[in-house]
Design a protein around this ligand. Structure first.
Ligand SMILES: Cc1ncc(C[n+]2csc(CCOP(=O)(O)OP(=O)(O)O)c2C)c(N)n1
Ligand code: SF4
Ligand SMILES: [Mg+2]
Length: 297
């Protein structure tokens, strides 16, 4: 499990920062922020042991609004930055966040490779099927035919299916939640952080300003919980893939909850040098840095 730091009682208000929240009123990002704070408080990991890393987008403001360590990095680059932090100090709880454009567009290469590596971190994607920050262009998850500023005649492309990709890509925890159900979202986020390995939490998030198709009402009418389905087995990869590919985020019926879960050694497990003492805490007294630098003169 990713929670390696000390456990303590944390109130949601302890996680507030003085930053002014600039999201549009009613934006689903606000609910996701509540879910993340609620999950951190429930997990009780000390704030000094958590790092939230984001890319660029409306969604990527989260590190500024949660009182933990945080990095607001570059567009599409939350995962490599988060990986670097985790490998430098694998005792930290690392959460990466960002938008669908950030993670499933420009950051797609990182997404695919982090899953096969199974680095022990949680990736929360605010999936609003639009580029929000840049004012409403088609994103990789926009529905085919969707009219936006960048596709005035309707998008010609099939949307990316993040859950199906993640199941096949080697992710060991794959979940989809809906920002309109904060209690359920928080519960799944807690499970994702507790999971040992790479955990994807894809959040269906209404952008109330630029996406008039995927509204609260749209998703409210369609979502159902996998855990309520009799006989659904989160360990059955092929059934999970079938469910994910047949019932994507724009379908008539949209499953939420944990699609797939697997136990597999993490990338860090394969690096014995950091098993007991993280890289950042290892003694450097005996290292003759001068001799190394000599070689580069
Ligand atoms: C390298 C680079 N390319 C493009 C941009 C412009 N840009 C900023 S945010 C963004 C897309 C935001 O959409 P998404 O990731 O879905 O986040 P949202 O705003 O919807 O939360 C783009 C294209 C950038 N900042 N950097
Ligand atoms: S533009 Fe959309 S995603 Fe961005 S803050 Fe406004 S409602 Fe939220
Ligand atoms: Mg987006």
């Amino acid at each position: 499990m990713k929670m390696n730091g000390e456990m303590m009682a944390i109130k949601i208000t302890d996680l507030n920062t003085p930053e002014t929240i600039t999201w549009c009123p009613g934006c689903g990002d606000m609910a996701i922020l509540m879910g993340v704070k609620g999950a951190i408080a429930e997990l009780g990991v000390e704030q000094k042991d958590i790092v939230i890393v984001s890319g660029i987008g409306c969604s990527s403001y989260v590190p500024q609004y949660v009182k933990t360590y945080g990095v607001h990095s570059l567009h599409g680059r939350s995962l490599p930055v988060a990986s670097g932090i985790k490998l430098a100090n694998n005792k930290l709880t690392v959460i990466a966040e960002g938008g669908d454009g950030d993670g499933y567009g420009i950051g797609m290469g990182h997404f695919i490779h982090i899953m096969r590596r199974n680095i022990d971190l949680t990736y929360i994607v605010h999936n609003n099927a639009i580029y929000g920050l840049t004012k409403g262009q088609t994103s990789p998850t926009s529905k085919k035919g969707m009219v936006t500023k960048s596709t005035p005649a309707g998008s010609l492309e099939e949307p990316v299916n993040p859950e199906a990709l993640a199941i096949l890509g080697g992710a060991t925890f794959v979940a989809r939640v809906y920002a309109g159900d904060v209690v359920h979202m928080k519960k799944i986020m807690v499970e994702a952080v507790k999971h040992k390995g790479f955990a994807l939490v894809d959040v269906l998030q209404p952008c109330v300003t630029y996406n008039s198709f995927n509204t609260y009402q749209f998703w409210q009418q369609r979502v159902y919980k996998l855990e309520d389905e009799k006989g659904y087995d989160v360990k059955n990869k092929w059934k999970a893939l079938e469910r994910a590919s047949e019932q994507g985020m724009h379908a008539d019926r949209i499953p939420i909850g944990i699609f797939y879960k697997e136990e597999r050694p993490t990338y860090e497990d394969g690096v014995p040098e950091i098993r007991d003492v993280p890289c950042a805490k290892q003694p450097i007294d005996g290292i003759q840095i001068g001799k190394i630098l000599e070689r580069y003169k």
